[in-house]
Design a protein around this ligand. Structure first.
Ligand code: BGC
Length: 349
């Protein structure tokens, strides 16, 4: 196992940005303290085709400074959408920034993904890790109270990425942290992900309106286009979507008990022989098939268009602060937020 740390670049305010590269098992995983962002994951192929970087990203810091699709970042304080960019907590209304029509997406234009985190790399028996820390002041992006986030990402000898999200607050505040990595198991820049196959351990999903805001209904997937309980090609049912959606951008309800680390998803590529298994303690996973990617200049030689990467964002349901029937995610003093996720990689010939 090995940890390498180097300079990634300098922010317009003169602050230095770091790039960490963790090596363990057969993988190499790079992360930067700007946005606590995953920048690359190099893994072998099962089909004798050599190693590839399976994460979409940019060739240098500049790309991450203008990262509209949120590639690889840590999202907070609240991942995904909040209706009308507002919520009421203990009788008080909190107004957020509307940056997706009338709604808030990923906490507005200065969420955790746009901030430089404190960081420290360390080694333990089973893996190598980077701990990222951030203090978000009272009123940050419109949210109540002061918040301290501690996010740990690591790589183990068993070829797993381990994610640990912890938050302490000094006043009640809804919290929903996730990582927004886009994967292409054939290698970034190697076409689309439509022939990848997926299984979701999810018997229902969160219905949304045309603005991707939950209607409040949780719908069984039984045999409909949201049914990934049996392995199927990602685009098998794309023709059943209205053209505007053109793929998945939906929160699926993970079977089993929230709070327990349990299987959430598996994705396979027959072309590369690679597979990724996802486990989470969170109630949901936003399965997003990169529908809005539009000519993003990525790593050297790569341009990312629609469906060239997919995301499995483990999280609480969108708009939870306005939906009392959803599993709640309000942290309060003495009631910290703590969630985990694991991404495990394999390859077969
Ligand atoms: C959302 C998408 C959005 C993407 C990039 C995902 O989490 O569900 O609607 O386009 O993030 O912001």
């Amino acid at each position: 196992m090995h940890i390498k740390e180097k300079k990634f670049g300098v922010l317009p305010n003169g602050k230095k940005v770091k790039l960490y590269t963790l090596s363990a098992g057969d993988l190499q995983f790079s992360l930067t303290d700007f946005g606590a962002t995953w920048t690359s994951l190099i893994i072998p192929s099962g089909k004798g085709k050599g190693k590839d970087d399976v994460l979409l990203g940019y060739s240098c810091l500049d790309g991450y400074l203008n990262n509209q699709p949120y590639i690889g970042v840590t999202v907070g304080r609240f991942a995904n959408r909040i209706k009308n960019a507002a919520f009421t907590l203990n009788g008080k209304k909190y107004q957020l920034e509307a940056n997706d029509g009338k709604n808030s997406l990923h906490s507005g234009s200065r969420g955790f993904d746009k901030l430089l985190w404190k960081s420290k790399a360390y080694e333990e028996d089973e893996g190598v890790y980077v701990r990222f820390e951030l203090t978000s002041p009272e009123g940050d992006s419109g949210f109540p109270g002061k918040l301290k986030a501690s996010v740990c990402y690591g790589l183990t000898k068993s070829n797993e990425i381990i994610c640990d999200y912890q938050v302490k607050v000094d006043a009640p505040c809804p919290v929903n942290l996730t990582n927004h990595a886009y994967f292409n198991l054939n290698g970034e820049g190697r076409g689309d992900i439509l022939s990848h196959e997926a299984v979701l351990y999810c018997s229902s999903y969160v219905e949304v309106d045309k603005y991707a805001i939950p209607t409040g209904k949780i719908i069984p997937v039984d045999g409909n286009k949201f049914d990934f309980t049996k392995r199927k090609k990602i685009d098998s049912d794309f023709s059943k979507f209205p053209v505007k959606f053109n793929g998945y951008d939906h929160c699926f309800v993970v079977d089993g008990e929230p709070g327990k680390l349990r299987p959430c998803a598996e994705v396979y590529s027959n072309e590369s022989g690679r597979s990724m298994k996802v486990f989470t303690t969170q109630p949901g996973v936003q399965f997003y098939t990169g529908n809005h990617l539009q000519k993003v200049t990525g790593k050297p030689g790569s341009v990312y268009t629609k469906h060239t990467g997919f995301c499995m964002e483990t999280q609480h349901f969108p708009d939870t602060p306005n939906r009392i029937s959803f599993p709640q995610c309000t942290a309060s003093p003495g009631n910290d937020y703590h969630e985990k996720a694991v991404f495990k990689f394999d390859w077969y010939s």
